[in-house]
Ligand binder design. Sequence first.
Ligand SMILES: NC(=O)c1ccc[n+]([C@@H]2O[C@H](COP(=O)([O-])OP(=O)(O)OC[C@H]3O[C@@H](n4cnc5c(N)ncnc54)[C@H](OP(=O)(O)O)[C@@H]3O)[C@@H](O)[C@H]2O)c1
Length: 234
Amino acid sequence: MPDTGCVVVVGGTSGLGLEVARHYAERGREVVITGRNSEHTAKIAAELGGSTRSAALDLTRPESVPDALADVGRVDHLVLSAISRDENTAAGFDHEAALRLVTLKLVGYLEVVHTLLSRIPPDGSIVVFGGLAKDRPYPGSVTVSTVNGGVVGMINVLASEIAPIRVNAIHPGIVGDSPYWIAKPPGVLDAVRARTPTGRLVTMRDIVDAVVFLLENRSVNAANLPVDGGTLLR
Ligand SMILES: NC(=O)c1ccc[n+]([C@@H]2O[C@H](COP(=O)([O-])OP(=O)(O)OC[C@H]3O[C@@H](n4cnc5c(N)ncnc54)[C@H](OP(=O)(O)O)[C@@H]3O)[C@@H](O)[C@H]2O)c1
């Protein structure tokens, strides 16, 4: 039996979660990625190679989580990065779309923690993805800003309640080379770059570095780490 447990990445088929999964797969760790579709998720796991396995779950249906993760053994690191895109405003509020995202992040993430808790050792760790929209809203971010604010409360209560397991959040700014933002018209990202003190967009590589730091540094706990190039200064 290996003396390490696995790294679980919920939302590991795309974007930032996929890059975190790739980091650990390339280093020979046992990785479990999740996505909603079992065939697609298995295909991505096969592409990652090594000891990567897959599990299919939909966080908007939290009741499906325990069965989906039944085969997962000891979990050293848990990363919660799934998201469903929701562009919502107070004036044009679509409550069904909002409910999907609120359920996914604020209920679904907690259901995963609940399900895996007995499999995480005392020196294990969790990273939850929030986002800088909690502090800097953008047009259409009413639900995104709200749930990412909720992540701060989630970190505080979990780091207290499930100690000594460490729980941290990462709050990326706009990640210029992530699939969601790279598809936007170039002017959108130019404006973000122009107001970022570093003069460059946050990259997926930057986010992976920060996630690994939060997962592995034994004294970083209950942190809400912005990784945004200092955007809030301008
Ligand atoms: N990208 C950015 O610039 C940025 C900025 C700030 C914060 N963030 C945060 O970073 C995290 C990752 O963002 P991303 O842009 O990398 O995301 P992404 O590329 O859109 O990937 C989203 C992931 O979530 C999964 N997913 C979608 N709906 C789901 C559901 N109902 N149940 C379970 N899983 C579901 C997707 O899997 P399938 O489609 O295969 O089901 C996929 O693996 C998110 O929490 C986001 O809020 C991102």
